[in-house]
Structure formats: structure tokens, C-alpha cells
Design a protein around this ligand. Structure first.
Ligand code: ADP
Ligand code: MG
Length: 553
């Protein structure tokens, strides 16, 4: 073994380490989940390579994770027989921040700089990966030997401040071993019982056996292949936490099995928690893992679901996916496209059923996750798919009571025979919508109007264009573009102004307002309002007003 190298952590990494080291006590246990998940990834990769013939397995090294909690030495150790790392990989993977979770975490911390502590379990939510070791340890040793033939072992060490060291090491077996020397206030993580609990909570369904001080600590079960009736709510909860790398519970789950047109065994979950800004961001990874006959093909397989379904967490297993399908093909093969199509329509049907089954819980879900459906409408290309998503939209309307939302199908079912338009009105809230002069005209004709309280809803409906051959119409546009409204006065009506009076009034108004307006005209559509101001592109104006007002407040 030659002399070691002393290297510096990237500035970003140093910053992350610094924050992690100050983490809250309650969050610390996630380091176990993170390290197990890394080992499990490395083992799944090994299994995949062995199965696809890319590498020769070693029968003496079964694919396993071994944890050791050593009370006397105050250490926690994790060892796996996965693919391991070369020297360059150790430097690259353990010294820099590559993963999107850590990056997003740092961004979120930067944008909350005023809060000195890192609160609300955000470390757990983002999963800061390997660096979470430094929440509990003041010295970390990583031993690793790559699966590559003739690879030699290396030892990587750091005290988690500015520098790390790396040197060749003797007697390192294939895979990775990480030894954490626990901080004074973290000695509980050298206690077997404590570790056992945490493993059970977050890592029970890891796909390889986990041993703790020699005893088996998890069940290995491909839950998605099990019979629905054998899966308890607790099992779903544990499985969800494991695959989603999260703490909470699932609010919905979809267990889907089919053999045509493709073989699919899938299990999807919708989190109970409200999505964060990070979840909303389009850069967020999808959290769906792709398997073929229980062999993991790809974690975070971003192509098997459309991006707007990124709030789902789950697994998809398909026997039709060959193990040796290359990464490039996985990106965009017709097989993957087909899979995406089948899954998307099944998922849409699932949400439509959820909405029928339990209106209240769907309403709560819609409040939290409805934005993703709007994104779906705007980003999908196929009109049929867009309209399937539109079935999930909910709006208050002039005929619903406050707080009750209706679907487009309900609206359509109440439409008068022969009418072809779905009317909507954008307003910040119900009160303003009901006071709107635009509404009167339609109420007079007993036409139902959807109330849109979010500025983007108008954009979404305009983008959708039509639903079930009915067209979306803004009632503001309706008012300006209605050709049946004339400038002439009905002289027989004794309550009406005379035509000459009207003409004088119009000329006077036009003069006073000058070029602030393009046109002043008479309308017979208003009932209780004397006048109304219309703008051709009301949607964008409102959006602009809202954002500027919001900035000022
Ligand atoms: P992530 O798992 O999201 O990539 P981590 O910070 O948890 O991020 O890990 C960083 C990288 O270090 C991994 O992507 C992997 O390349 C490498 N790594 C970590 N642990 C192991 C391990 N036990 N075996 C092999 N490689 C590992
Ligand atoms: Mg990781």
C-alpha cells in the first residue's frame, strides 16, 4: 500500500456537512435508512450485473447487508457485498454533491437562511444520503473494493470537517464497509435494540437480507407480487416508507396487476403529506423503481410515468422488460412508451374512482395535489388523455354551494339541451365572483358558471380548449364579443333613456376617458350594475395584477 492522498471537500459539500452536523436530534436516525439504501442500491446493481452476465459473481459472497452495533467501541458499522467503488469513484461519489436530493436540500436551506436550525424534518424529506452519517459520527471510515476484476481495496476517512484521506488498504472484500465512530450524544446508535427498531421502521422491505449483529432484521418480500388480500395496512405503510424514503403514511395506494397488453405488477402510493416546493419543481426525480422479475433495472426510472405524475411513489415490475435492455433503450423504447401509456390510463382511472368513492378525502387530496393534474393537462399532447385528466378537475360554480366543488361531468349533466359551451369566470374568491357584473347576464339566462379562483386555472382551461366536445368560454370574453348586443335603444320602453340621450352620454364618456379606453358602448346585459369595464385578455391582466399585488404585500 502506497501513501494516502489528502484531499479537500468541495465547498458545497463542506456546507452540507456543516448543516447536517447541526441537525435536530429527532432526525438523526435517518442515517441508518440512508446507508442501508446505498448498500441496497449497490447490491441491486451487483445482482443485475450477475444476472445479465456482465460480471462473474462470487459464490462465497452472498448479496447481503451486515450491520454491527458495538456498544463497547461506540461504533455503528454497515457492510455490503455490492458493486463497491474504485478509488476514483470514492473520491467522486463521497466528496462531491452529485445527487439531486442533496442539491435541492441545500437550495431549500439557502432560501431559508434566516432559520438557523434545520427544522420540519427536511433532512429526512430530502434524504441527504451518505452525508447523513455526519449527524451521528465525528469520524467516518469507508472501506471499499470494486467488483471490477483486479480491483484493489481502499480506505477513505474523514472527521467531517474540511478534508478527507484516501489510501490503499489490505484485506478489503468486494463491496463497501462503513464504520461510524459515534459522537458523544449519539451512543444510542451503538445499541442493538435501537438499531433494530429503526431498521424495522424504514428498511423492513429492503430487497436483500439485512443482518444485525448476525441476526436477521428484515423481511425480504416483493410486496408488489403478493396477493392483495395478504397485504395489511401496516405492510403498505412500511413498504411505502422504504421505497419513498419518507416518514409519513400513504393516503392512497394502487396495486395493479395485468398480463395484457403487457405483463405489469405495480404498486403506487400517494403521500399523506402536502407536496413541498421541491416536490412541485419539475426537476424533482420520479420515485418509481423499475424491476423485471424482482431484479431492479433502474431506480428513479423517470420514463415509466409522465413527469406530472412525479408525486407517486412506487414500483413497477414487468417480465416483458429484458434484463439486458440498455440504458439508452430504457430512456425511450417503444416498450417503455407502451408501459407509460398503460400505467397512465390505469392511474387516471384510479383517481377517478377515488373521487367517486370518497368525495371528502378526494377533495383533500385535490387541494394538496390538484396542481399536478393541471400540469398534466398543459403538458400532455394527446387530447383524449388531457380530457381524462380533466375529469379529475373540481370547481365551485354559480350553482354549487360555497366550499362544494363540481366536476366537468356534473356541469355537463346540467347543461341545457343544445348548448355547447362551458362558461367560467375568474375571480379571487366566491364573494367577488358572485358580485361580478359579468355573472348577471348569464344568471338571467339560468346558465351555470364555473368559478376559477386560481389565475392558472383559466390558462389551463383555455389550453384544454374543449371537453367532451363542449367549448370553454370565459364569460368576460362572451360579453365583449357578443354580436347580438346592439347600440340602439328600445324607444318603446318608458324606463329607458332616449336614443339621443344615450348617444350624448356615450360621446361625453368617450371624451372624458379619452384614449384610456378603446370603445364605449351600450349593453343590455347588465341587471344591477351601471357599467362594466372589459379587457380583451382578461386572464393575463388578472395574473399580472395578482402577482404585482402579491409582491407589494
Ligand atoms: P445517492 O444514493 O442518492 O446517489 P448518496 O449520498 O447516498 O447519494 O451516495 C452517493 C454515492 O456514493 C452513491 O450514488 C454511490 O455511487 C456511492 N455509494 C454510497 N454508498 C455506497 C455503497 N455502499 N456501495 C457503493 N457505492 C456507494
Ligand atoms: Mg443514497
Amino acid at each position: 500500500t502506497g501513501p494516502g492522498d489528502k484531499l479537500e471537500f468541495q465547498a458545497e459539500t463542506r456546507k452540507l456537512l456543516d448543516i447536517v452536523a447541526r441537525s435536530l436530534y429527532s432526525e438523526r436516525e435517518v442515517f441508518i435508512r440512508e446507508l442501508i439504501s446505498n448498500s441496497s442500491d449497490a447490491l441491486e446493481k451487483m445482482r443485475y450485473m450477475e444476472m445479465s452476465g456482465d460480471t462473474q459473481g462470487d459464490p462465497a459472497l452472498p448479496l447481503e447487508i451486515h450491520l454491527a452495533a458495538d456498544d463497547s467501541k461506540k461504533t455503528f458499522t454497515i457492510q455490503d457485498t455490492g458493486i463497491g467503488m474504485t478509488k476514483e469513484e470514492m473520491i467522486g461519489n463521497l466528496g462531491t454533491i452529485a445527487r439531486s436530493g442533496s442539491k435541492a436540500f441545500l437550495e431549500s436551506v439557502n432560501s431559508n437562511e434566516s432559520k438557523s436550525d434545520v427544522s420540519n424534518n427536511i433532512i429526512g424529506q430530502f434524504g441527504v444520503g451518505f452525508y447523513s452519517s455526519f449527524m451521528v459520527a465525528d469520524k467516518v471510515e469507508v472501506y471499499s473494493r470494486s467488483h471490477q476484476p483486479d480491483a484493489v481495496g481502499y480506505k477513505w476517512t474523514t472527521d467531517g470537517t474540511g478534508m478527507f484521506e484516501i489510501a490503499e488498504a489490505e484485506g478489503v472484500q468486494r463491496g463497501t464497509k462503513i464504520v461510524l465512530h459515534l459522537k458523544g450524544d449519539c451512543y444510542n446508535y451503538s445499541n442493538e435494540e435501537v438499531i433494530k427498531e429503526v431498521v424495522k421502521r424504514y428498511s423492513n422491505f429492503v430487497g436483500v437480507p439485512i443482518f444485525l449483529n448476525g441476526k436477521r432484521a428484515n423481511v425480504v418480500q416483493a410486496l408488489w407480487l403478493a396477493d392483495q388480500k395478504d397485504i395489511t395496512a401496516d405492510m403498505h405503510e412500511e413498504f411505502y416508507r422504504y421505497i419513498g424514503n419518507v416518514y409519513d403514511k400513504p393516503r392512497y395506494h394502487l396495486h395493479y396487476k395485468t398480463d395484457a397488453p403487457l405483463n405489469i405488477r405495480a404498486l403506487f402510493y400517494v403521500p399523506e403529506y402536502k407536496p413541498t416546493m421541491f416536490d412541485m419543481s419539475r426537476e424533482t426525480d420520479v420515485c418509481v423503481t423499475l424491476y423485471s422479475r424482482k431484479v431492479m433495472i433502474m431506480s428513479r426510472a423517470s420514463n415509466i410515468l409522465p413527469r406530472w405524475l412525479r408525486f407517486l411513489k412506487g414500483v413497477v415490475d414487468s417480465e416483458d422488460i429484458p434484463l439486458n435492455l440498455s440504458r439508452e433503450l430504457l430512456q425511450d423504447s417503444s416498450l417503455i412508451r407502451k408501459l407509460r401509456q398503460v400505467l397512465t390510463s390505469r392511474i387516471l382511472k384510479f383517481f377517478q374512482d377515488c373521487a367517486k368513492k370518497d368525495v371528502a378525502s378526494y377533495a383533500a387530496f385535490y387541494d394538496d395535489y390538484g396542481l399536478f393534474f393541471r400540469e398534466g393537462i398543459v403538458t400532455e399532447h394527446d387530447q383524449d388523455t388531457r380530457e381524462e385528466i380533466a375529469k379529475l378537475l373540481r370547481f365551485e360554480s354559480s350553482k354549487s354551494s360555497k366550499g362544494d366543488r363540481i366536476s366537468l361531468n356534473e356541469y355537463a349533466s346540467r347543461m341545457k339541451a343544445g348548448s355547447r359551451d362551458i362558461y367560467f369566470l375568474s375571480a379571487p374568491n366566491r364573494e367577488l365572483a358572485e358580485q361580478s357584473p359579468y355573472l348577471e347576464a348569464l344568471e338571467k339566462r339560468d346558465v351555470e358558471v364555473l368559478f376559477l379562483y386560481e389565475p392558472y386555472d383559466e390558462l389551463v382551461l383555455m389550453n384544454l380548449g374543449q371537453y367532451d366536445k363542449k367549448f370553454f368560454k370565459s364569460i368576460e370574453n362572451e360579453m365583449t364579443s357578443d354580436k347580438t348586443d346592439t347600440d340602439t335603444v328600445d324607444e318603446s320602453d318608458v324606463n329607458s333613456l332616449r336614443q339621443t340621450e344615450v348617444d350624448d352620454l356615450m360621446t361625453w364618456l368617450q371624451g372624458v376617458l379619452g384614449n384610456k379606453v378603446t370603445k364605449v358602448k351600450v349593453t343590455k346585459k347588465l341587471v344591477s350594475h351601471a357599467c362594466v369595464i372589459t379587457v380583451p385578455e382578461m386572464g393575463s391582466v388578472r395574473h399580472f395584477l395578482r402577482t404585482t399585488l402579491a409582491d407589494k404585500s
